[in-house]
Design a protein around this ligand. Structure first.
Ligand SMILES: Cc1ncc(C[n+]2csc(CCOP(=O)(O)OP(=O)(O)O)c2C)c(N)n1
Length: 580
């Protein structure tokens, strides 16, 4: 008898890769995709897994493995697909040798993302098939089927998930790994060298492949028709399928597992059998627009939203017109996201705040430096953008304009795409100051290693890229390293570097306080009798420092990491730092 396990959607995808005989996995972390790779390492005897520095590199690693003849998988969050799109769009033309799957994890509702894009549309534009599972078991089985389809149709396949699936648990039936023999690599430049003469016929092949897949859709195990009451039919896929089944249990459903290309004949047949047709899909009207373009009368986004997540109640309200009784949520104080007590980023931001310096920001824990009371970061667009944004400002307004500006970027983000922007600053004679907040980890996504931490995803020790020497090597004269908690030294250093008419890099160093290797050695204590109630210690906004009703402060010893930032702000020795 086979074993059953309760698994996270992401763990199920990793298991699917294992069972499908995958040999190479590459990724760059990003919520909600990260646990795919974190689960992949348990199969390290048979699957090589790595954190690549960014999604483009990860995708190219998977492409290389596929060309070499083995099954490979690459995973990323939706915005990672933008970074990966250059190799992806052309891998659609080359096709594969060993099967290749790209997992794109979308985030409707933007629980942890800067935008809400729909990867199904990327798959459509890239002209690759997109499969969308609805629960953990399907996440595993669709992954396995995606490898079969990848090899059968000679194409990379995208598995599209969303946060709700990636981070929900469900029962999964486990099977043994199928050892798939490596495909023979044969030199074939018409297929693997994409220059115009070769790419032109491959484009024709790509179009034919999509038509073939659309025609075969009705026979694919991932698409199914559930005929019930024929007065109402719903076309749906992914997590919304679960909401449809809950809210409209009697409706007939066409459950699509393949959302690109759409199985047109199957859809037309289903539509002809039901009186009223709805399309229920989160985010963009990807299915609806195509279905309507074929002259089929379907209702979707005129009732449903293109924003955020759906729910069974939303369908009951908007499609069925039911009045849903909701209870008022409990009135609790707002708890906005905040930097942890003792976070080295707070120390740097408190200095920038004091100096009234603006920062072109980037993506990471430090993006929280945008909000009060630190209020330092003015702009954040995408990973790696801080440095080039600062550069653009200088080129627009001149070097004096950025004398009270810096760029701030984390260590993982710097290695992801920040390094390219820094090379651009060097090449194009910029004079700005870049602060690299080096906390020795990828903090925001839960402590993944990267090329400068000295450890691989599989847990092996490796060479740790030296960010200081890397900056020196691309030609920056002014590269400085400083302890992130040295607020006095930092203030002097930032003042001197910003004043220079030359490019400068300041690397602020201190490990993330939540890393297992960071030991709590000190704790701060308030001395109420010395307190003048001035509130200076509250300025950095540490959640461990709490103002009492009488205006004095208490330091929550359970939260305090003993960084001493509050103590350094106090002019009356009303805070002491004690060794633990
Ligand atoms: C293209 C892209 N890939 C991945 C992510 C997910 N993500 C957000 S911030 C971040 C890295 C944060 O690490 P670091 O720059 O070291 O800053 P820290 O959070 O440690 O302060 C990642 C991987 C993203 N937003 N965009």
């Amino acid at each position: 008898m086979s074993e059953k396990k309760i698994m996270l959607g992401n763990a199920a995808i990793a298991r699917g890769a294992y069972e499908a005989g995958v040999k190479v996995s590459a990724a760059y972390p990003g919520t909600p995709s990260t646990e795919i790779s974190e689960n992949m390492v348990q199969y390290k005897d048979v699957i090589y897994s790595e954190w690549s520095p960014n999604e483009k590199v990860a995708t190219e690693v998977a492409i290389g493995a596929s060309f070499a003849g083995v099954r490979s998988i690459v995973s990323m969050k939706h915005v990672g697909v933008n970074v990966a799109s250059d190799p992806l769009f052309t891998a659609a033309y080359t096709g594969v040798n060993g099967g290749m799957v790209l997992v794109a994890a979308d985030d409707p509702g933007m629980y942890s993302s800067q935008n809400e894009q729909d990867s199904r549309l990327v798959g459509r534009t890239a002209m690759i098939p997109v499969f969308e599972p609805s629960d953990s078991m399907e996440a595993k089985e669709f992954t396995k089927y995606a490898f079969e389809a990848s090899e059968k149709y000679d194409t990379p396949v995208m598995i599209r998930t969303t946060t709700r699936l990636a981070h929900s648990q469900g029962v999964v039936e486990l099977f043994d790994r199928e050892e798939v023999p490596d495909k023979v690599y044969e030199r074939n430049i018409k297929k693997y060298v994409m220059m115009p003469g070769n790419a032109i016929p491959r484009h024709v092949f790509v179009e034919q492949r999509l038509n073939r897949m659309s025609d075969d859709g009705a026979d694919m195990p991932i698409n199914r028709v559930e005929m019930r009451d024929t007065s109402v039919g719903v076309i749906t896929s992914g997590i919304p399928y679960q909401y449809v089944r809950e809210a409209m249990p009697d409706a007939s459903v066409l459950k699509l597992g393949m959302v690109n290309p759409l199985p047109r004949k199957m859809i037309e047949e289903f539509a002809s059998k039901v009186d009223k047709l709805y399309v229920i899909e989160e985010l963009e009207p990807h299915i609806e627009t195509q279905v309507r373009s074929w002259g089929i009368n379907a209702v979707g986004k005129e009732l449903m939203t293109v924003q955020g997540e759906y729910s069974a109640n939303m369908i009951r309200e908007r499609i069925l017109g039911e009045k849903i009784e909701t209870t008022e949520p409990a009135k609790v104080p707002a708890r906005p996201p905040i930097l942890c007590p003792g976070c080295p980023h707070r120390s740097v931001f408190s200095v920038l705040n004091k100096m009234k310096i603006h920062a072109a920001g980037d993506i990471g824990c430090y993006t929280l430096g945008a909000v009060a009371p630190l209020s330092v970061i003015d702009t954040t667009v995408c990973m790696g953008s801080s440095i080039s944004t600062l550069h653009g400002m200088e080129k627009a307004k001149g070097k004096d304009y950025i004398k009270n500006w810096v760029a701030v970027i984390g260590d993982s983000t710097f290695l992801h795409t920040g390094i390219n922007s820094l090379m651009n600053m060097v090449y194009n004679q910029a004079t700005g100051t870049v602060i690299i907040l080096d906390n020795s980890t990828t903090g925001m996504t839960g402590h993944q290693d990267h090329a400068a931490t000295g450890k691989t995803l599989m847990g092996d020790p490796t060479y740790a890229i030296d960010i200081y020497n890397l900056c020196k090597a691309i030609g920056i004269k002014n590269v400085n390293e400083i302890d992130a908690y040295d607020v006095e030294g930092l203030e002097k250093l930032i003042a001197s570097e910003v004043a220079k008419d030359e490019i400068s890099v300041i690397i602020t160093k201190a490990p993330c306080v939540l890393l297992k290797t960071t030991k709590r050695t000190h704790v701060c204590k308030a001395i109420p009798e010395k307190c003048k109630k001035c509130g200076m210690c509250l300025k950095p906004g540490c959640p461990a420092v709490i103002r009492n009703e009488d205006g004095t402060i208490t330091i929550d010893e359970n939260q305090c990491n003993g960084c001493g930032l509050c103590m350094k702000r106090c002019h009356f020795d009303a805070i002491a730092r004690e060794e633990l």
